[in-house]
Ligand binder design. Structure first.
Ligand SMILES: [Zn+2]
Length: 217
């Protein structure tokens, strides 16, 4: 296994590298924001690296997809804002890294996400709404996350996620996930159906109360 990873490490594209790093005052802990050059999807993803992250052998990493409504405006339609808060707290405590990916609306974009919300208001779940709009259930790729970690010199992580697809894709792209840690569970009446869909349709590991009720449907 270790040989595989060292080979992949050697294969990392040297063109993909950090562009600038900027200390960001006011963010909890001592946070440094990194931009990148030549990430394969050409989006403006950001890494937020906390404390002594460079000295941490296997840092805690959270891959967070941008969610304007949840992250900025605190919508309770999803759990993104709370998950982001939790990951900032944990990363600040543990010298971890947040990869903030510009994949709004699970990769379909903000306007399409609002279209999907409209369909959800008519009774469709989050994944069926995507299908009606002719998008895959979850078109996100995490190759960019692997590229960012590689550019930061990180090849082994403890991943904070409930989504097994993130671990799977990181491993494919040369990042060893030595541990997958679950996030907290942030249930509201408005996001309950959304969380259930994540569990039932994309195998998210979320323990919400009355889980028997979910599996019976
Ligand atoms: Zn969200």
């Amino acid at each position: 296994m270790s040989q595989l990873y060292s080979e992949l490490k050697m294969g990392v594209n040297p063109e993909i590298r950090t562009r600038v790093s900027i200390p960001m005052q006011g963010v909890k802990g001592s946070a440094e924001f990194f931009s990148f050059r030549n990430i394969s999807d050409n989006l403006e993803h950001i890494a937020i690296c906390f404390g002594a992250w460079e000295k941490t052998r296997t840092p805690l990493v959270r891959i967070h997809s941008e969610c304007l409504t949840g992250d900025v405006f605190r919508s309770s339609k999803c759990d993104c804002g709370q998950q982001l808060n939790e990951s900032i707290e944990m990363a600040a405590e543990q010298s971890g890294i947040i990869l903030y990916l510009r994949q709004e609306g699970r990769g379909i974009g903000l306007y399409n996400k609002l279209d999907a919300y409209k369909l959800q208001a008519q009774g469709h779940d989050t994944y069926d709404a995507n299908a009606i709009l002719n998008f895959p259930r979850d078109p996100r790729s995490y190759q960019c996350a692997s590229e960012m970690l590689g550019a930061l010199g990180i090849f082994k992580v403890r991943l904070l996620t409930n989504n097994p697809e993130k671990s799977r894709q990181l491993e494919i792209h040369g990042i060893e996930v030595v541990e997958q840690k679950s996030t907290g569970v942030f249930v509201t009446p408005q996001n309950l159906a959304y969380l259930k869909s994540k569990i039932l349709k994309t195998n998210h590991k979320i323990k919400i109360e009355r889980s028997k009720e979910m599996t019976s449907k």
